[in-house]
Design a protein around this ligand. Structure first.
Ligand code: FEO
Length: 400
């Protein structure tokens, strides 16, 4: 078990690593686990900020006892976000610390009752309210839908810490270090983007609203409920989140394709050659039968261009490609230039359906749409290369 780690003189990280859960929300792979960050403020009052998933309870309690002592009390538990990865242990904490008040907003109180049957000992706070702890205090900022309706943040003005809930957090355990300057931060930035794009991205307009609330705050430490604590470059993660939630993207193209017998794959390869002919180095090719969709969605969020390739399967889109498109629709990704290519045997369907996907989601279609029967010939492969060149040209000219 790791020990509690001081973040400032009276704020401690008491989070836990989970290396046993393989799928977050039973969907998203966790190749390097996930961490549930929880914080303890030791002041005249003792405040616990967010808890952990039930599966991690024993290590968590050991850590709390290690810092509080066997008879130590917790005066209040602040719940910034009630999703069970942060609250699964709350019913047990309530039994162990029966005097502990739970602090949340109106929606938190409503959800606590429905989720855990907890209806008493809950203090409801509103936007802008402050909770005095002694030398420190917490000011609450309601930031609904970053990720659930009850999500909120709190700001501690003495240390200038923003306790941000899911915002700014990502997958991966904290292995030894817990801060942005003591970890391989490039790895975490990738995993924070995968978390953002798959879990929070749909709510980007609400993230933007939350970002406006932060503009007037001097933030020296960003303390999310997952991933590293940002103390060296808090402005870096705030800036990334701002860009991602404005759908701002980098110059690069994702090619996502499905292929049963290699024909659509050859078309995808030709499109990649076309991108390269235009000098584009950031090309990420995903076979939808091999890459987990969460990584494809992450890359789609990162880059300006997308080329989709699918054979026709039972008159429709190849099922794994269809699943990707449904998820992209759900995540409401915007502002991407999209090329389409595909093949069919005796009757088409996939190319038409993918083209409709682009139009229905207000994405920008780049010509030519390339559709071939069975296997592409030399002229059709050249059309795929032309599509690649056009997508590269398109994103070079686009701003943002
Ligand atoms: Fe980390 Fe939305 O829970």
């Amino acid at each position: 078990m790791q020990s509690a780690v001081p973040v400032t003189d009276s704020v401690y990280w008491v989070g836990v690593n989970d290396r046993r859960t393989s799928l977050f929300e039973a969907i998203w792979p966790l190749p390097k686990g996930v961490c549930y960050n929880s914080y303890l403020i030791l002041d005249r009052k003792v405040a616990l900020l967010d808890a952990v998933k039930e599966i991690s309870l024993s290590g968590y309690l050991e850590k709390l006892r290690g810092i509080l002592g066997p008879q130590g009390k917790i005066d209040c538990l602040i719940i910034h976000h009630l999703e069970p990865d942060h609250s699964g242990s709350v019913p047990v904490l309530r039994e162990i610390f029966p005097q502990m008040k739970i602090v949340g907003n109106k929606r938190t109180a409503e959800f606590l009752g429905r989720l855990y049957g907890i209806k008493h000992g809950v203090e409801v706070v509103r936007d802008g309210d402050e909770l005095e702890l002694g030398g420190k205090k917490l000011k609450f900022l309601l930031t609904p839908m970053v990720h659930w309706p009850e999500t909120m943040m709190s700001y501690e003005p003495a240390d200038k810490i923003l306790f941000s809930g899911d915002a700014f957090g990502g997958f991966g355990t904290l292995d030894g270090g817990i801060f942005d300057d003591t970890l391989d931060i490039a790895y975490f930035e990738d995993e924070i983007l995968r978390y953002f794009s798959n879990i929070v991205g749909r709510y980007s307009p609400m993230v933007q609203k939350a970002m406006t609330r932060l503009k007037d705050l001097e933030v020296k430490i960003v303390a999310p409920t997952h991933g590293p604590i940002w103390r060296k470059r808090p402005e870096r993660i705030i800036d990334l989140y701002d860009r991602w939630s404005r759908y701002e993207a980098e110059r690069g193209v994702v090619i996502a394709y499905g292929s049963m017998y290699g024909n659509t794959e050859r078309m995808a390869e030709a499109a990649a050659e076309g991108l390269s002919e235009q000098g584009l180095a950031a090309v990420r090719v995903h076979n939808v039968s091999r890459s987990h969709v969460s990584y494809i969605i992450r890359d789609v969020w990162r880059y300006k261009g997308l080329i989709l390739g699918s054979p026709t399967y039972d008159t429709k889109i190849f099922p794994l490609m269809d699943s990707l498109l449904r998820l992209l629709e759900t995540k409401m990704v915007k502002k991407r230039a999209v090329g389409i290519l595909g093949s069919y045997g005796w009757a088409g369907g996939a190319v038409k359906a993918m083209t409709e996907f682009v139009k229905n989601n207000s994405l920008e279609l780049v010509e030519p749409v390339v559709e071939v029967q069975f296997a592409p010939d030399a002229g059709e492969l050249e059309q795929c290369r032309r599509l690649g060149r056009n997508v590269a040209g398109h994103i070079r000219e686009s701003s943002g």
